[in-house]
Design a protein around this ligand. Structure first.
Ligand code: ADP
Length: 246
């Protein structure tokens, strides 16, 4: 598998504390990857580095077939280059319909007004319908986003990110606060999304990670502690010690 993202020897310190310590790993072009690790392992900082929010002190981060460095690019350039990030809490426009939220995202508009005053082409309307089907919200297109359940809002936000067609999607704890049925749907959605792009899921919930059935990277103290299938990493003594606390 050709790699889409390469993190190589990256370190970052905050006030002398090494949050990321010589971190190296790669993500393939159409790979679903779970990143797990105890609190403070460096998962958020890793996402901050990839999206340009935090600059590392040393190391390389390259992206795409041309292996461009992300380290000199602004956050907005990185987003334009096809890296999307979903934060833990959904940030949808609650007063707008599901359709309007997806349409806005598709047009790349920052706010609802731009959508209300710009024409939506037939192709755009069709793409919105396809996206709604993909995230399981076809039946709620005309409802206000604020009326959706927590799980549905999360899917809507994933749909809004997919509308921008990222090549690499970073998703922070998508299953948090979801019912078992919602988790199952979220698994399907992420597996489907990773068929045409790379998806990195940062997650605490081991059962959820198991269902993703993908390669798992375990972070600890800012480095990779173990990598492989969920069975491989959860039977690793070091992982059991630091992550499972036994
Ligand atoms: P995780 O997401 O795995 O819980 P983080 O990446 O949030 O871990 O944090 C890694 C370590 O870096 C933690 O010890 C955290 O306290 C520290 N850290 C993260 N961001 C900052 C910051 N802006 N200033 C100081 N320390 C930070």
């Amino acid at each position: 598998m050709s790699s889409l993202l390469e993190v190589s020897g990256v370190s970052v310190s905050f006030d002398g504390f090494k949050a990321i310590n010589n971190l190296s790993f790669q993500i393939g072009a159409r790979e679903l990857r779970a990143v797990i690790g105890p609190n403070g392992a460096g998962k958020t900082t890793f996402m901050d580095i990839v999206t340009g929010k935090t600059r590392p002190d040393s190391g390389r981060v390259t992206y795409g077939t041309k292996a461009v460095s992300l380290l000199s690019m602004s956050e907005s350039r990185i987003a334009q280059a096809g890296i999307g990030r979903k934060f833990q809490r959904p940030t949808v426009f609650e007063d707008q319909s599901v359709r309007a939220n997806l349409t806005m995202a598709l047009k790349g508009d920052r706010g609802p007004f731009a959508v209300l005053f710009s024409r939506t082409t037939r192709a755009q309307a069709e793409r919105v319908a396809d996206l709604a089907a993909e995230i399981g919200l076809s039946g709620t297109l005309d409802r206000k986003a604020g009326e959706l359940s927590h799980g549905q809002k999360q899917w809507l936000e994933i749909g809004m990110l997919l509308a921008q067609d990222p090549q690499l999607l970073l998703v922070d704890e998508p299953a948090a606060g979801m019912t078992p049925a919602e988790r199952e749907h979220t698994t399907d959605l992420l597996v489907e999304a990773a068929k045409t792009r790379a998806v990195v899921v940062v997650e605490h919930d081991m059962e959820f990670v198991r269902r993703l059935n993908c390669r798992v990277t375990v972070l600890h103290e800012g480095s990779v502690l173990a990598e492989g299938s969920i069975d491989h990493v959860t039977s690793n003594d070091k992982v059991i010690e630091v992550y499972l606390g036994r």
